[in-house]
Design a protein around this ligand. Structure first.
Ligand code: NDP
Length: 336
């Protein structure tokens, strides 16, 4: 059983030395347990937060722990009454070939799923994050302008397409011309600006002639600086993530944006609401699953995956995710 553990807490951008691949015997299930074989592993930005011991909404990993993560698994062996060998399940078994489970937290997937890995993306946590953040917090109305950061990623690509479905003008912000091209041509956004090129603020303003009514924030930093002056009165900001800051080193001076932000929040009656998707599961998730399956089936929502082959390549792929090297939802194919 190959497992990737956190070998060291990263300082700044994670380095290869922060991960270690070790090998152990494949464990056998006890009574009431199943043995899971990982087929796909999801790589997500929140994992960087768990590698840090700063106070957050979830407990950090300890050095030596297996890296955590959502997975699609096949039941390899079952001594549990509710599962049989061969069942396909959604699990959270982390960066390893095999894992034992008591069955708690496993979700059975249909055996004939065309794209099992999509349960880790558009039909799973990231898709639901987009749905909750945009619809419950952003509350977009037809004719409004919605701007979305990390626009071609797992969450952002769904946010923009959902906003289009609701009759909004959609402006994406993404890293590089290929991603911007994809956002407009494939995902149907009205415009997309490259945050890595010069004069971001001017280009974003030109792409948003009526200002911005909803800004779906996943990035922070320089992208937020460009968005702020364009926000309309009563704009809503679903605060989903701040990926440009996940590798920040504590104690390093950053520009103090707080006075300007507070002044604009007051004078423009802004509504900024952070959210953690795990707080929102329940009836809303069933509504999301049903609707999203329909939208995908009839081609109204498009989905792009970035599939990396082999568990051993997970650390490099994860380090790349935090620097924009992925193009679409990042998953690792661990076994077929
Ligand atoms: P993505 O698939 O969007 O991948 C991350 C992307 O972030 C990169 O491809 C890159 O896109 C962009 N990025 C990375 N570093 C920087 C940087 N320094 N400056 C600007 N952009 C950067 O990931 P997800 O869709 O999975 O996640 C998107 C965001 O949503 C993250 O902030 C994540 O933490 C958050 N999230 C929050 C949840 C919640 O419950 N609140 C749940 C799930 C996700 P590009 O090349 O276009 O810049």
């Amino acid at each position: 059983n190959r497992r990737i553990v956190m070998a060291r807490r990263p300082a700044g951008i994670p380095a290869p030395e922060d991960f270690r691949l070790d090998t152990q015997a494949v464990p056998g299930p006890a009574d009431g347990q199943v043995l899971l074989r990982t087929l796909y592993l999801s790589l997500d930005p929140y994992m960087r937060g768990r590698m840090s011991d700063a106070a957050s909404y979830a407990k950090p990993l300890e050095v030596g722990d297996v890296m955590l993560g959502g997975t699609v698994c096949r039941v390899a062996e079952s001594r549990h009454p509710d599962f049989a060998a061969g069942d396909l399940v959604l699990a959270a078994s982390g960066w390893q070939d095999y894992a034992l489970s008591s069955g708690k937290g496993l979700t059975r997937l249909p055996p004939d799923l065309a794209h099992p890995s999509w349960s880790l993306g558009v039909l799973g946590m990231p898709g639901f994050t987009a749905y909750v953040g945009l619809m419950q917090i952003g509350t977009p109305k037809a004719g409004e302008t919605v701007a979305v950061a990390a626009a071609t990623g797992a969450v952002g690509s769904v946010v923009g397409q959902l906003a289009r479905l609701h009759g909004c003008r959609v402006v994406g912000i993404a890293g590089g011309p290929d991603k911007c091209d994809h956002a407009v041509r494939e995902l149907g956004f009205d415009a997309c600006v490259d945050h890595r090129a010069a004069n971001l603020a001017q280009r974003l303003a030109a792409a948003s002639p009526n200002g911005i009514d909803v800004y779906f924030e996943s990035v922070g930093g320089a992208v937020f600086d460009a968005v702020l002056p364009l926000l309309n009165r009563h704009a809503r900001i679903p605060l989903c993530g701040l990926i440009s800051q996940y590798n920040a080193v504590p104690g390093v001076e950053a520009p103090d944006r707080l006075p300007m932000l507070m002044r604009l929040a007051l004078t423009k009656s802004l509504r900024i609401q952070g959210f953690i998707v795990s707080d929102w599961y329940g009836p809303l998730y069933r509504e999301f699953s049903r609707q999203m399956s329909d939208w995908i089936a009839d081609g109204r929502i498009k989905y792009r995956e970035d599939v990396v082959e082999g568990l051993e390549n997970a650390p490099a792929a994860f380090m790349g995710l935090l620097q924009g090297h992925n193009f679409g939802k990042l998953v690792v194919r661990v076994a077929s």
